[in-house]
Design a binder for this molecule. Structure first.
Ligand code: IYR
Length: 238
């Protein structure tokens, strides 16, 4: 008797999915431990210039690359920058854009008010101070030998990979800033990326500068972010 489950039809190669079943107590312990770990993560803007071994960043990218993606197209490219000259070029280009946002009135007032408590400005010294910058690019379409290949659910896929990347960095004790200098099209040219790639988010990564402070933010309680939908009986009782 065949005890394997094949809901997939005839196409493709399949292997047995190996997983382990935990006791509910162990599930609970692990759930709480992971929550408590993640609850301590903060975006920081003040990085130590202390070196971080490259293999640690590689491990986080490997982990991010496990993300689910539309049609398993894995439409992401992580571009790693560690050399000071390139970091400086990125800083200057980002600051030129942000100066227009903050000082020349490109940022709408409601947006300005929304981010005021974060204390951000057009100045982006962390783009030089952090030992690494990773720029995550989305592949808007595939390019196989010059031919365009449609990609599905690119934003969703790359967003999930970004989240796993952030969790992987935090899990190993590294800090990051989820940064979207705006607009950031300059990164495609500056980093010499092909025309199918568009910058999605940029992460300065390193150790926090000792004594770093972060804004006092409050995360929404569970009852504000979780609602349970209950099926309602209809008028005729069915
Ligand atoms: N991209 C700008 C503005 C900015 C936007 C958000 I949303 C923030 O959370 C913080 C800043 C900048 O990086 O300054």
């Amino acid at each position: 008797m065949n005890t394997h489950h094949y809901p997939y039809g005839e196409e493709g190669d399949f292997v047995l999915y190996e997983t382990s079943r935990l006791s509910e107590n162990e599930m609970r312990d692990r759930a709480i431990a992971f929550y408590e770990l993640m609850a301590r993560r903060r975006s920081i803007r003040t990085f130590s210039s202390e070196a971080v071994p490259r293999d640690l960043i590689e491990a986080a990218v490997r982990t991010a690359g496990t993300a689910p993606s539309g049609a398993h197209q894995q439409p992401w490219t992580f571009v790693l920058v560690g050399d000071p000259a390139t970091k400086r070029r990125i800083r200057l280009a980002a600051e030129a854009e942000e100066r227009t946002n903050y000082l020349d009135g490109r940022m709408p007032d409601d947006w300005r008010e929304e981010i005021a408590r974060l204390g951000t400005s057009w100045q982006k010294p962390y783009l030089e101070e952090a030992p690494w910058i990773v720029v995550l690019f989305e592949q808007r379409f595939g390019l196989d030998g010059g031919a365009r290949h449609k990609h599905y659910y690119v934003k969703e896929s790359v967003g999930i990979a970004a989240g796993i990347f952030i969790a992987a960095l935090h899990n190993m004790g590294l800090a990051a800033l989820t940064h979207t200098p705006s607009p950031m099209a300059f990164l495609t040219k500056l980093l010499d990326r092909p025309a199918n790639e568009r910058p999605f988010v940029l992460f300065p990564i390193g150790y926090p500068e000792p004594g770093s402070v972060v804004p006092q933010l409050v995360r929404k309680p569970l009852h504000d972010i979780l609602v349970e939908y209950h099926d309602q009986p209809t008028d005729d009782g069915n």
